[in-house]
Structures are given as C-alpha cells and as structure tokens.
Design a protein. Structure first.
Length: 436
C-alpha cells in the first residue's frame, strides 16, 4: 500500500473531505448572500433615512414658523424622531462637517428649506451634528441630527445561526448517504472470499448503487467459479497421478540395479509427496464449507499438543485463553498442523503460544530455525513458491505448506502473518476473531 502525504488541513476520509468542501462552500455562499442582503438593506435604509429626515425637518420648521412663539415649546415633543430632535435656542458651536453622509443630509435639508430661513450646520459630536435655523421672526431653532440606519432586530442573528446549523446538518447527512455505499463496498471487498462465501451486497438504493452492488456480486461469483474450476483441475490431476506413481514404484522395486532402484524410488516418493500436497491444497480451498462448532479452545489446543508429544515430537503449549469459540474445528486443526509441521521440519522444537486480544485470539507457532529473508515473507505464502536457499536441506519442500495454511486461515476468517524472531527463528501468527 502506498502512503500518500496529506496536508494538516486535509482530512483522510472521503466523507470528511466532502463534508469540508460542502460546508465551506455553503458557509461562503451563505456569507455572501447575507452580505449582499445586508448591503442592499443598508443602502435602502440610508436612502429612507435621508428622505425621512429631509421631510421631517422641512415640515417641522414650517410648522414652528407658523405657530405663535408661546405655542412652539408645547409642540416640540410631538416633532421629535429617533434621529432628529428640536430645541428652541442657539445650540452649540462645533466644527465643519466632513462626513459625506452628514454633508449630503444637510444639503438635502438646505435644498428643501429653499433659502427661506438662515441656515448653518456644525459637527458637535462623533455621530452628532446640529443645524441652526432662524425662523422668520428671528427665533433661533436648533435641530440635533444623529444619522443612523435602523438597528438589526435582536432575533435576526439567532435565525441566521439556525440556518447555518441546518445547512451544515443537511450537508453532513447528504455526505453520509452518498458515502455509505462506498463503505459497504469496501467492507464487502475486505470480506471477499475466493470460494464465494463472502458477504453479498444487498440490492436496492439509487440506480448507481444498485448497479454497483449487482456488479460486485457478479464479480464475486465469477471469481468463485474461476477458482473452483482450477482447484478441481488440480485435485483431479493430483488424484489421477497417484495410481501411475504407485505402479511405477512397484516396477522400480523390481529393478535389479540397486543404485538405479534407489534413485527412482526417491524421485517417485518426492512426486507422490507433491501430489498429496496438491490434493491437500485443493481441499483447503473448500475449508469454508465445513460447519462451525462451539469448542473449548484451551482443551482443543491441549489435545492438539498432546497428539504431537505422543508421537515423539517436541511441541510445547504456552498460555491459555479461557474461551469457548465457534470455529471450523477441522480447518483450524489442519492450519495449526501445517504451521507446526513446518516448524518441526525445518527448526526442530516448536512452541505454540495462545494469547487473547480484545476481539481475537492470537495463536503463535514459534521456532528457532534459520528463518526466512524479510523480502520473502510474503512470497512464501503463494502456492508452489520455494526459496532459492531452501530451509529443507534435502528437497526444499513443495512450496504448498504455507499456501495451504494461508487458505485455511482465510476459510476461518483469520489472518496469517509471518515474522522473523529476534535471536533467530520464525513466528507464524494466526489472528482468529472471536466476535463472528
């Protein structure tokens, strides 16, 4: 597997990446939409403010000018607005106006009064200005202006926050719905069995998902049929070869030349061993057909070890699990037997370790033999692959022992891993799930 470098901000999963893209895009679009909306609202509110202030001031000045001086003070509270208040008096002296909005507002007021009243304006605060007007009888009138657009409603930010959360939730749900079939396909591919025993993808969903599920199931069936045909060919050839090999051994025994007889017998023995290994490999491919049984794993391992010791072979059991598991007993026995036979044949004494993980049992067959070169650890699990420098001093083996073990491990839903031990030797680890 090739490791690909990712940036710190780049998520590893497809769902996370899609979520990031969609959420970022939605947030940006949301921000732009409300930015333009608020800008348009500001422009409209500013225009309304200018128009209202101009109208209010013109009406107020003309109204006050037509009232009797003693009646003007009583009418002032009625004329006040949020941004405009009126005071009879000279007001304050400030500085010249510099703000464009204030200058535009004053220009509108001056244009509306049509030069009928003496007029001047000053800035008296950060956001405040005063317009000084003299009515027709000479009475000074001060107009305090605080130009500001209408404030945003208190509930509006909460509405925007709810909208953003709703968009993010919808994006997350969309990504989950879109990527769930991919996860199901990946899980089914991990459980794919060459014998066709793997999980099948259920039909249904969108047209694309249903088509992908049907294609995957059809592919699994074709692989199973392909493997079945070739295993049958291997089993048939291996089986049919046993009879002529037996006849040839009998004829070799009848030879008068002892040297020739021994060489031919040795060759025939090797051929017969290869044929038997071929049959065993063909049988291992159908290990998944065996029904599962519940077994006391410690009792099983103890019985397995005792069988080897009773036959005079050096196999030691270390550790216990205290578990009862459901497994294919015969396939497990053949798997362990292949690994133990391999260790005893090439290394002498062997140890079978039993350990428990959170959801699996680890069965490790360890020896102190010559080991396997690191570059060849994966290759020796392939059928008929033999090392150039064989561990077997005599024949080098058939190249099927570990391949058979690999097939049996797959039929059990287990994984087989080989590694070289520190200080020399090989360790074959079978990780057998307990939560199937």
């Amino acid at each position: 597997m090739i490791a690909r470098a990712t940036h710190w901000w780049q998520p590893k999963t497809l769902a996370a990446r899609l979520s990031l893209i969609l959420c970022a895009g939605l947030l940006l679009a949301h921000a732009l939409s409300f930015g333009f909306l608020f800008y348009e609202r500001y422009v409209y509110a500013r225009s309304m403010l200018m128009t209202n202030v101009e109208h209010d001031v013109i009406v107020a000045v003309n109204t006050l000018d037509r009232l009797r001086p003693e009646d003007r003070a009583a009418i002032l509270p009625i004329l006040h607005r949020r941004t405009v208040t009126y005071t009879l008096g000279p007001g304050e002296q400030g500085v010249a106006l510099t703000d464009p909005m204030a200058r535009e507002m004053v220009m509108r007021i001056e244009r509306g009064l049509e030069a009928k009243y003496p007029f001047e304006a000053h800035k008296v605060g950060p956001q405040q200005m005063q317009v000084h007007v003299r009515l027709s009888d000479g009475t000074p009138l001060t107009i305090d202006l605080t130009p500001s657009v209408a404030p945003i409603a208190d509930w509006l930010p909460w509405v925007l926050a709810v909208q953003v959360v709703l968009l993010l939730v919808c994006a997350w749900l969309a990504v989950r719905i879109a990527t769930r079939p991919l996860k199901q396909l990946a899980d089914a591919a991990d459980r794919l069995s060459p014998t066709g025993e793997g999980a099948r993808l259920p039909p249904g969903g969108s047209t694309e998902v249903d088509k992908a599920a049907s294609a995957f199931n059809a592919m699994q069936d074709r692989i199973a049929q392909y493997v079945k045909e070739r295993v049958q060919i291997l089993a048939a050839i291996s089986h049919d070869l046993q009879t002529p090999i037996t006849r040839m051994r009998l004829r070799a025994e009848a030879l008068d030349d002892a040297t020739t007889r021994e060489k031919m017998t040795e060759d025939l023995v090797q051929m017969q061993h290869l044929v038997r290994e071929g049959i065993a490999y063909a049988r291992s491919a159908h290990g998944a057909a065996e029904p599962r049984q519940r077994v006391d794993l410690d009792a099983f391992l103890d019985s397995f070890t005792c069988d080897y010791r009773d036959s005079g072979k050096s196999l030691t059991l270390a550790g216990n699990t205290g578990l009862h598991i459901e497994t294919r007993v015969h396939a497990l026995r053949r798997l362990l037997a292949n690994l133990v036979d391999n260790a005893l044949k090439y290394a002498g004494p062997a140890v079978l370790h039993a350990d428990v993980e959170a959801d699996a049992v680890l069965l490790r067959v360890a020896d102190r033999g010559p080991g396997i070169p690191e570059a060849e650890l994966a290759n020796v699990l392939h059928p008929f692959y033999r090392l150039e420098s064989s561990r077997n001093r005599d024949t080098g083996g058939t190249g099927l022992g570990l391949a058979i073990a690999q097939e049996l491990a797959a039929s059990l839903g287990a994984t087989l891993v080989l590694r070289n031990r520190e200080g020399g030797g090989l360790e074959a680890t079978v990780r057998l799930p307990t939560n199937d």
